[in-house]
Design a protein around this ligand. Structure first.
Ligand SMILES: [Zn+2]
Ligand SMILES: [Zn+2]
Ligand SMILES: [Zn+2]
Length: 283
């Protein structure tokens, strides 16, 4: 097993649910908020190590997220599941595909692949139109795999009637789009110190975790720090929700970076990102 925890930077590309925040046409206090932490593009993260740059999902905001973060190279995309907010940006992988002069490796489950083939049928034709994206499909199941210096352990999740995958890398895990937490999942997350997990809203939902459910997972796993992602506008203002959350837990926000070095996440980077967003808030 490669020593995957030597160095890794996680960037929250987007922390919002499927409609994003603000929601088109909504006039609620969260959608009108000037706080940058209340502006949420569709959920995704980027993982960077000295050897590889990997995105988890490429949703409808992927292009904007790559431009915002100044990403010039991408080695692979891991797909959690086939909902549009997670795969809507797969056509925008083309600049990376053209730069790499190679099809983009996609790690996709057997259940998500048919949907991707349907949505992007032009990429899977026998003789695709010139300029169509090209993908190098790798089968994603619960078997761990290596990507450069990353050792990735997928964890299968139940997302109402669908299957979604969480990804654990050493002391870090990214868990989104799930409706149930089993003892088995908690077991597989044991030892995770830094967790990004979805919390849609406070009210019970058929296919997503509520804030209380996500807090409970963090407690049961015993994480050091937890950030909640895939948030809806109905969650409330980030500043207010953060005040209510237990020590070591907060809502994720777009652009949040966390540097993990030898299994320990750098506080400095959190503080820098937080003070930057606070500064922007007061302007
Ligand atoms: Zn709203
Ligand atoms: Zn979903
Ligand atoms: Zn989603």
């Amino acid at each position: 097993m490669p020593d995957n925890q030597k160095k890794m930077i996680i960037t929250v590309l987007g922390s919002g649910t499927s409609q994003g925040v603000p929601v088109i046409g909504c006039n609620c206090p969260v959608c009108r908020s000037k706080d940058p932490r209340d502006k949420r593009l569709r959920t995704s993260i980027l993982i960077q190590t000295p050897q590889v740059t990997v995105a988890v999902d490429a949703g409808p905001d992927f292009r904007q997220q790559m431009l915002r973060e100044g990403i010039t190279h991408l080695d692979a995309v891991l797909i959690t599941h086939e909902h549009k907010d997670h795969i809507g940006g797969l056509d925008d992988l083309r600049p990376f595909i053209f730069m790499n002069k190679n099809p983009m490796p996609l790690y996709v489950s057997d259940t998500a692949l048919p949907e991707i083939k349907r949505e992007y049928s032009y990429a899977f034709e026998e003789h695709p139109y010139p300029g169509a994206p090209t993908y190098d499909i790798h089968r994603l199941d619960e078997s761990p795999f290596d990507l450069g210096d990353l050792h990735i352990i997928p964890i299968k999740l139940k997302h109402f009637t669908l299957t979604s995958y969480a990804f654990r890398i050493g002391s870090f895990a990214y868990v989104t789009d799930l409706s149930e937490i089993s003892d088995d999942i908690i077991q597989r997350l044991q030892g995770v110190e830094y967790l990004i997990i979805e919390a849609l809203q406070r009210k019970k939902h058929y296919s997503h975790l509520t804030l209380d459910e996500a807090v409970d997972v963090a407690r049961r796993v015993g994480t050091r720090k937890t950030w909640f992602t895939h948030c809806s506008h109905s969650m409330g203002l980030a500043a207010e929700v953060n005040r209510e959350l237990p020590e070591g837990m907060m809502l994720a926000y777009d652009g949040l970076k966390l540097a993990i070095s030898n299994g320990i996440a750098s506080q400095e980077i959190f503080q820098k990102s937080i003070s930057k967003s606070n500064k922007a808030k007061s302007q």
